[in-house]
Design a protein around this ligand. Structure first.
Ligand code: PLP
Length: 359
């Protein structure tokens, strides 16, 4: 087994059991004598994978009947454009600007209608979730980013948008905590942080929104195409869907979302506590909004940060460098990161602090 501890922000850690299972089955899937990667997406074997993946996702998240579950390509970034392209039609949409990912979504929406920035935390470098939100009365939808992967801030409760459907980018915290799916019109996530490899994007969309999508779109960019064909309009990202299915098996074995959430809370509390109790490390996000998935922190100087990351890497703690746009350090502790991994990191951070010159 690897001695590395994977804190990369994305693509990110997958459960060891999932990788092991994929390895075992790689050359011979389900007794077929072939790899899952080399069989038809119309075959019985693959059909069972995609159907099972969908039904497990539905069960684990409690997705109501009137929602479609889609496996698409193009990442969460394509959803930034597909959402307004299908649904905005020149109207107004409310966006809450909480950081780099929200900004990218806003940029795309402006191509298809009017964007009202209902709230923003740009004034404090996106270190908090805004509390005063000014929704417009006539918005077609409202859009938020449930967890800003770069800034390390997370919505703890979701805003009440009344009759306006709420759309949410959950790329970096989907399946990390309990959810009421019916509170949302669309939930979307690139798989590569919490549920699978890069190359597949999960979209959970209410069917009336699918139906109301624009008519004049190229087939691949229309939700209707994918919903009608159950994600099999064209060749889907077969291997990615297969890994998602294995990750869903793993989540079930852990005891479902409730169990995952409780471990996530323990992991985050442990790491934040050690940061709060230190004079070398400082958390960068507002305490009430800090993320259970991406823990952002700084050291007292950039030299110490470089030294910390260098020594951490040598000790097997991988991916602790902050995003290139903000610097500092970031430990991503997604679902698949075991509690022991965080315990080891905390130990390492303590020993680094002890030998560092802090005044
Ligand atoms: C990683 C990430 C994205 C980008 O996802 P891609 O799949 O690379 O397009 C979007 N939003 C959030 C919140 C992310 O963490």
């Amino acid at each position: 087994m690897s001695t590395k501890h994977n804190f990369y922000a994305g693509p990110a850690i997958l459960p060891h059991d999932v990788l092991k299972k994929a390895q075992e089955e790689l050359l011979d899937f389900n007794g077929s004598g072939l790899s899952i990667m080399e069989i038809s997406h119309r075959s019985k074997d693959f059909d069972q994978v995609v159907t099972t993946a969908e039904s497990k996702i539905r069960n684990l998240l409690g997705i109501p009947e009137n929602y479609s579950v889609l496996f698409l390509q193009g990442g969460a970034s394509l959803q930034f454009g597909m959402i307004p392209m299908n649904l905005l039609k020149g109207g107004t949409a409310d966006y809450i600007n909480t950081g780099s990912w929200a900004k990218k979504a806003i940029k795309e929406a402006k191509l298809f209608g009017i964007v009202n920035i209902a709230a923003s935390s740009e004034d404090k470098n996106f270190s908090y979730i805004p509390k005063n939100i000014h929704f417009s009365p006539n918005a077609v939808y409202a859009h938020i980013t449930s967890n800003e992967t770069i800034g390390g801030i997370q919505w703890k409760t979701f805003p009440d948008t009344g009759n306006t459907p709420l759309f949410v980018d959950m790329s970096s915290d989907i399946f990390s905590r309990k959810l009421t799916v019916s509170d949302f019109g669309i939930i979307y996530a690139g798989a590569q942080k919490n549920i699978g490899p890069a190359g597949v994007t999960l979209v959970i969309i209410r069917n009336d929104l699918v139906d109301s999508g624009a008519d004049n779109l190229t087939s691949m960019l229309s939700y209707r195409t994918h919903a009608e064909k159950h994600s099999l309009y064209n060749t889907p990202p077969c291997f990615g869907i297969y890994i998602i299915k294995l990750v869903m098996d793993w989540i079930e074995q852990q005891g479902g979302i409730q169990a995952i959430e409780s471990t996530n809370e323990k992991k985050a509390a442990l790491l934040y506590e050690s940061i709060d109790n230190s004079s070398l490390y400082q958390g960068t996000a507002a305490v009430q909004d800090r993320s259970t998935m991406n823990v952002t922190f700084r050291l007292t100087s950039e030299e110490l940060e470089s030294q910390f990351i260098k020594e951490a890497t040598e000790a097997g703690f991988m991916g602790l460098k902050g995003h290139r746009s903000v610097g500092g350090c970031r430990a991503s502790i997604y679902n698949a990161m075991p509690l022991e991994g965080v315990e080891k990191l905390v130990e390492f951070m303590k020993s680094f602090e002890k030998k560092s010159p802090v005044d």
